[in-house]
Design a protein around this ligand. Sequence first.
Ligand SMILES: NC(=O)c1ccc[n+]([C@@H]2O[C@H](COP(=O)([O-])OP(=O)(O)OC[C@H]3O[C@@H](n4cnc5c(N)ncnc54)[C@H](OP(=O)(O)O)[C@@H]3O)[C@@H](O)[C@H]2O)c1
Length: 310
Amino acid sequence: MEYHRIPKTDIKISILGVGTNGVGGHNLFPNLDENKGAAMVRSALDEGINLVDTADAYGFGRSEEIIGEVIKSRRQDVVLATKGGLEYTNDGTTFNNRPEYLKQAVENSLKRLQTDYIDIYYLHFPDSDVPLSEAIGALSRLKEEGKIRAIGISNVSAEQLSEANRHNDISVLQSWYNMLDRSAEDELLPYCNEQGISFIPFGPLAYGLLSGHYTKDFTPSYDDHRSSHPLFAPGLYEDTIDRVSELKEIADKKGTTVSNLALAWLLAQQNVAAVIPGGKGPDRVQENLRALSVKLSKEEKELIEEVLDN
Ligand SMILES: NC(=O)c1ccc[n+]([C@@H]2O[C@H](COP(=O)([O-])OP(=O)(O)OC[C@H]3O[C@@H](n4cnc5c(N)ncnc54)[C@H](OP(=O)(O)O)[C@@H]3O)[C@@H](O)[C@H]2O)c1
């Protein structure tokens, strides 16, 4: 396993991590098998993957609870990343970046995760009612107290990232980026590169679209989180499936899968620190590990560019 050191910290993350919004994340996916989710995290750690990505939002804390059980006997093997800044009330979900709320959110996550420190704590979403400086200030204090080791941020524009990073406090950016949506290349990736911020893309498989298993007749049900995503919108969705078929041809020729090609492509991008594909069971770990031995030649990269630029 290859590891990436997060600048300005002594945290080393495996370049393949495990994404867990399908582990106990029953607000997004109904009928999850929690035992399989726990087995996925266990299997990842057994394989030398140390980066476990979760959030207090996944299953309203259930994902953190499941992970807490899995890691309690091997905490030192894990780089634990979680997120906060969304609040759940009877009226629904709202952004909440108020310092006192974040302080309590960290305490709640620590309890669910059965640990006394979090390696990377992300502000999950910015909150227009709270200046980013205040939210990051609160996380900096938690860092000073030793409750979190590094500060991350997610779902921000380049302008917001730069505002949040005014005091050089941001170590990691987590942002949507994959072969099917490269908008992060415009400003976010260059900014991270310039500032020494580790970039970790979420949705590396475009919510599974880059698995190559989707067909044109798939329609997510209204309660499926994919139903509101633009890539699944009628019109664009059919074009996407055509593009994925072209990528599959490249993958077939190379003797790999589209999902492995997609992860290898991301890892080959400058300043992508790690990928965190999601899944619901241990088989995914074995499949995704194979991406680490996929090395793309200059010609293959050009061929992929042609498909993506089309
Ligand atoms: N910061 C944020 O706001 C944010 C937002 C979303 C996600 N995240 C984090 O990023 C992680 C990754 O994103 P994601 O899970 O939403 O999307 P993703 O990784 O792009 O896609 C996950 C989907 O890909 C499928 N998959 C995984 N490995 C595969 C393989 N080898 N072959 C075929 N299909 C495969 C999974 O299928 P199965 O479910 O059938 O196993 C799952 O449906 C999350 O788990 C979460 O930790 C963060």
